[in-house]
Design a protein around this ligand. Structure first.
Ligand code: NAD
Ligand code: MG
Length: 297
C-alpha cells in the first residue's frame, strides 16, 4: 500500500469497457463479477479519522457499502454490515477485512423491506457496538425495465420498500440512540437528477433520497446530527450486473463518462469517510457527486 498517495492518472487506473455480459440473479455477488470490483481491499490506508466510531452500513457486503465498510474500519471504526442472506459469502469477506484492520466487525443478515427486521437490525447493531454514531443507508434495489407497462406492482413495491421505506424505518429506529456528533449518510444517485428512461421506479426513489437528506439535515442540524448524501454515477457493482442495467449496457458500462470507464467502489470510499469525519462538521444537507465528470449534482 506504499504508493497509495503517489500521483496517478485516473484514465490509467481500473478496468475499462468493454466488459463481458454476466447476468446474475438479484442481489448478485461481487465475487462472481468479471472483473471483480475493487473495494479498496489492497489500497485503502486509514489515518484514525473515525477512531472509536460505531457504524451501521446497509448493503455493506458489496459495492459502495463494502468500500465504505473497509475504509471505516481502517479509519478506526467498529462496523456492522447488513445484507441479504444470499450474500453471506461476500459479507464474510468484509467482516474478515474489518477484523484484519483491528476493529470489531459484525454481519447481520436480513431483508430491510420488513419494518420488523429494520427495528431489530438497529437494536442488534447498537447492542453489538455499544451504541451507534454513523448510519449509512446504502442498500438499494434497481431493476431496469424498458416500459412502465412492464413494471409489476411487486417490483415497484420492492424498489420503494428497499430504497425509501427502509431508510425511513432504520433512521427512525436509530434516532433515539444517536448522540450529538452522529452522522447519517444516504446513497442517492445521478438518477435523482437525470433519470434514465428504463429506471422509472428507481430514479424516483433516488430523488426521494435527496429530499430525505435535505429535509432531515434541517430537522437534525439543531440536534448536532449531520445528514448528507452521495450521488454516484456508474459504479462497477453487482447491483448493475444483476439487472440494474440490461446486459447490452453492461458491456459498455461507464464508457460515456469523461473518464471513459465506470467508477470502482474504492474510488468513492473517501467520500463516505469525509462525510462521517468530525472535521467535516459544517457539511450538512449536502449531496456529493461521484460520477466521473458528468452527471449531477
Ligand atoms: P451492491 O449490489 O453492491 O449493493 C446493494 C446492496 O443492497 C446489496 O449488496 C444488498 O445487500 C442490499 N440490499 C438490496 N436489497 C436488500 C434488501 N431487501 N434487504 C437488505 N439488503 C438489501 O450495489 P451498489 O451499487 O454498491 O449499491 C449501493 C447503493 O449505491 C444503492 O443505494 C444504489 O442505488 C446506489 N448507487 C449505485 C450506483 C452504481 O452505479 N452502482 C450508482 C448510483 C447509486
Ligand atoms: Mg451485495
Amino acid at each position: 500500500m506504499k504508493d497509495n498517495h503517489a500521483i496517478k492518472n485516473p484514465l490509467e487506473q481500473y478496468p475499462q469497457p468493454p466488459f463481458s455480459k454476466q447476468p446474475q440473479p438479484v442481489p448478485g455477488l461481487a465475487s462472481k463479477m468479471d472483473p471483480v470490483p475493487d473495494h479498496g481491499e489492497k489500497t485503502y490506508v486509514g489515518s484514525n479519522r473515525l477512531l472509536g466510531r460505531k457504524a451501521l452500513i446497509t448493503g455493506g457486503d458489496s459495492g459502495i457499502g463494502r468500500a465504505a465498510a473497509i475504509a471505516y474500519a481502517r479509519e478506526g471504526a467498529d462496523v456492522v454490515i447488513n445484507y441479504l442472506p444470499q450474500e453471506q459469502s461476500d459479507a464474510d469477506e468484509v467482516i474478515a477485512l474489518i477484523e484484519a484492520a483491528g476493529r470489531k466487525g459484525y454481519g447481520i443478515a436480513g431483508d430491510i423491506t420488513s419494518k420488523t427486521f429494520c427495528d431489530e437490525l438497529v437494536k442488534q447493531a447498537s447492542e453489538k457496538l455499544g451504541g451507534l454514531d454513523i448510519l449509512v443507508n446504502n442498500a438499494g434495489h434497481q431493476q431496469a425495465v424498458e416500459s412502465l407497462l412492464d413494471i409489476t406492482d411487486e417490483q415497484f413495491d420492492a424498489t420503494m420498500k428497499t430504497n425509501i421505506y427502509a431508510p425511513f424505518w432504520i433512521t427512525k429506529a436509530a434516532l433515539p440512540i444517536l448522540p450529538a456528533g452522529s452522522v447519517i449518510i444516504a446513497t442517492s444517485s445521478v438518477q435523482a437528477y437525470d433519470p434514465s428512461e428504463n429506471l422509472f421506479d428507481y430514479a424516483q426513489t433516488k430523488a426521494a433520497n435527496v429530499a430525505f437528506v435535505k429535509s432531515l439535515a434541517k430537522q437534525l442540524g439543531p440536534k448536532g446530527i449531520r445528514v448528507n448524501g452521495v450521488a454516484p454515477g456508474p459504479v462497477w457493482t453487482p447491483l448493475q450486473t444483476s439487472g440494474g442495467q440490461p446486459q447490452d449496457a453492461i458491456t459498455e458500462f461507464g464508457k460515456k463518462t469523461p473518464l471513459g470507464r465506470p467508477g470502482q467502489p474504492a474510488e468513492l470510499a473517501s467520500i463516505y469517510v469525509q462525510l462521517a469525519d468530525p472535521q467535516a462538521s459544517y457539511a450538512n444537507g449536502q449531496i456529493y457527486g461521484a460520477a466521473g465528470g458528468s452527471g449531477h449534482p
